[in-house]
Design a protein around this ligand. Structure first.
Ligand code: UDP
Length: 234
């Protein structure tokens, strides 16, 4: 029996792209799908939020209007969800994609009731399109949806294997935390998530597990508690 009834898994766009850093790496997505299938078989309700960085990030454009640039980013997250949702179906799960704006026949409009209905049916629910508003990120999107949907915890799958006191890619002496409070990540400016996501999670007491996606069975191990990432408490 899992310790958690409902979890929200956040995958960055880049994580889906593997070494290519752009587009999709199918093998990576299949590995994720197989792990999520284990969680679902164990009775865990899984929501998935995916970034868009493998295609586009609004803030990187210096020419076009930020609102329009962010709209492209939000649509990139929808493309990612359509792809990963199909990979999940390929391995044998049932899925639905919900968006905060109309996407015609490609997805359904998000509501808490609708998401709950799909969870009850044992489906994995993809929460695409971020918050639906520019100037936000999918980190804020995942915290917002986790709070709204009363998830027990967020599973933050990253390229790094936890929260460090400084950037481990720049400082070989960087120390990894086993556990840290969300407030401390803010005070120490550790930038685990952006500011709006961090504050939303603090205000609404939404905890998080941070771990490396590429470590074997990392998603399953995060849920079972045998993981070597960082628990961010609130
Ligand atoms: N985005 C947005 N509002 C949201 C979520 C995302 O405008 O609520 C846009 C924004 O341009 C962002 C892009 O979508 O840069 C991709 O999301 P994010 O940067 O979070 O992706 P990740 O870095 O996790 O792959």
């Amino acid at each position: 029996m899992s310790r958690y009834k409902r979890v929200l898994l956040k995958l960055s766009g880049e994580a889906l792209a593997g070494d290519k850093k752009t587009g999709f790496d199918e093998a990576t997505c299949i590995t994720v799908a197989k792990q999520v299938m284990q969680l679902v078989a164990d009775g865990v309700e899984v929501g998935v939020v995916i970034g868009g960085g493998n295609f586009w990030r609004g803030r990187t454009s210096e020419t076009i209007d930020r609102t329009k640039a962010d709209q492209i980013g939000m649509l990139a997250t929808v493309m990612n969800c359509i792809y990963v949702s199909e990979i999940f179906r390929y391995v044998g799960m049932q899925t639905q994609i919900l968006t905060p704006f109309e996407c015609g026949s490609m997805a359904k409009l998000f509501s808490k009731d609708r998401a709950n209905k799909y969870f009850e049916k044992g489906m994995v629910v993809f929460l695409a399109g971020g918050t639906g508003h520019p100037y936000f990120s999918t980190d804020t999107g995942v915290v917002l949806r986790a709070v709204e949907l009363e998830a027990d915890i967020i599973l933050m799958a990253k390229a790094v294997d936890g929260v460090y006191d400084s950037d481990p890619r720049k400082n070989p002496e960087a120390k990894k935390y086993e556990e840290i409070s969300m407030q401390e990540t803010l005070d120490k400016k550790l930038a685990v998530m952006d500011l709006s996501a961090t504050v939303l999670s603090l205000e609404n007491k939404m905890p998080m597990l941070v771990f490396a996606l590429e470590e074997e069975e990392s998603i399953v191990r995060a849920v079972s508690g045998e993981f070597n990432g960082t628990k961010v408490i609130v």
